[in-house]
Design a binder for this molecule. Structure first.
Ligand code: PMV
Length: 318
């Protein structure tokens, strides 16, 4: 029996990816249908300090002492131990699982780090706030992704829809009306750091054009915030389509993303765009409740490898 069992949800960005790296706002929501979990099993018969890590989904098994400091599991565990002020923990086995697709813009790495941080601080008896969890997870994210904006660790640690700007306190979004979303995976994977680096190169070569695009995305995101709160489908859909056009200008769309976006719109979505780093990964489409099923079916028929539906309600994501 584990003494500790923690969970962290996936996430999806609704507006503002890439521009958020350059100081513009973005909107993200947690996705509870997928999650990362961590379980701690104390091993009474082993010597103190003996920490084993197992991730059966990826056939991973190791001792903490054998992992390099920049290994994401090891980094999360060590940061949590440091936070708890414990050098030599009682022996335990940490079992990590995740249903969040990897490299698909759904926050898999941040969710795993957060599940681990919650599990280890819990096991060591040190309470931790959502902000503190997010800050530790950001350190792990930096090891893996270079200089991420921090949106993933924030939305996942707080488990609430957020309006996020780099270096500003996060603003939770209190939605008043339910909206329905369909997330579809192209099955193609490009690591986020690759598309972020490409956008960085283009921005360096032509700052004027790219700053202009980032500013337009920022403006769309600010408008979307209000439409999301009131659940204005037509306005939100229009803003998503505009955001997608600008992401395409940034060079982060792809034929497979465009194909699924087009399919979603044809099947009745109010709007659709890529989500996350792009050049593969997921699209997100906005739907009325009645059309969700037909959009889901159309996307699967068009070749989506996985479709997840989620609703954003007054009480949070469902
Ligand atoms: O691919 P994801 O979901 O981790 O999202 C990346 C979002 C970017 O804005 C492209 C990068 C970032 O650090 O915010």
């Amino acid at each position: 029996m584990p003494v500790i069992y923690t969970k962290a949800p996936g996430k999806i960005i609704l507006f503002g990816e890439h521009a958020v790296v350059y100081g513009q706002p973005a909107i993200a929501i947690p996705v509870n249908k997928v999650n990362a979990t961590a379980r701690v099993f104390p091993t009474i018969d082993a010597q103190a300090d003996m920490v084993r890590i197992q991730a059966p989904d990826i056939n991973f098994e190791a001792c903490l002492a054998d992992l390099p400091p920049d290994h994401p599991f090891a980094a999360a565990i060590r940061l949590a131990m440091q936070f708890a002020g414990v050098d030599r923990p009682p022996a335990y086995t940490l079992v990590i699982t995740s249903t969040i697709p990897i490299s698909a813009g759904m926050g898999s790495s941040a969710a795993i780090a957060i599940a681990i941080i919650r599990a280890i601080t819990g096991f060591l008896g040190k309470p931790i706030t959502a902000d503190e969890t997010s800050a530790l997870a950001y350190e792990v994210e930096k090891i893996q992704h270079g200089s991420p904006s921090g949106i993933d660790n924030h939305v996942i640690a707080h488990q609430k829809p957020i309006f996020f700007s780099r270096n500003e306190p996060i603003q939770p979004l209190a939605v008043e009306q339910t909206t329905h979303w369909v997330i579809a995976d192209t099955g193609e994977k490009t690591p986020t750091r690759v598309t972020v680096a490409e956008v960085h190169h283009r921005h360096t070569a032509d700052p004027e054009t790219y700053n202009q695009i980032f500013m337009q995305i920022g403006e769309i995101t600010r408008q979307a915030r209000q439409s999301l709160i009131t659940g204005d489908l037509a306005a939100l859909g229009f803003l998503m389509d505009q955001n997608q056009h600008l992401l395409d200008l940034l060079g982060v769309s792809s034929p497979s993303l465009e194909h699924l976006i087009h399919t979603a719109r044809e099947a009745g979505a109010a709007g659709a765009k890529l989500s996350g780093g792009g050049r593969g990964g997921n699209i997100i489409a906005l739907s009325s409740e009645e059309k969700t099923r037909q959009i889901e079916t159309a996307l699967l028929t068009a070749g989506a490898t996985r479709v997840i539906t989620t609703a954003l309600t007054k009480g949070g994501p469902r």
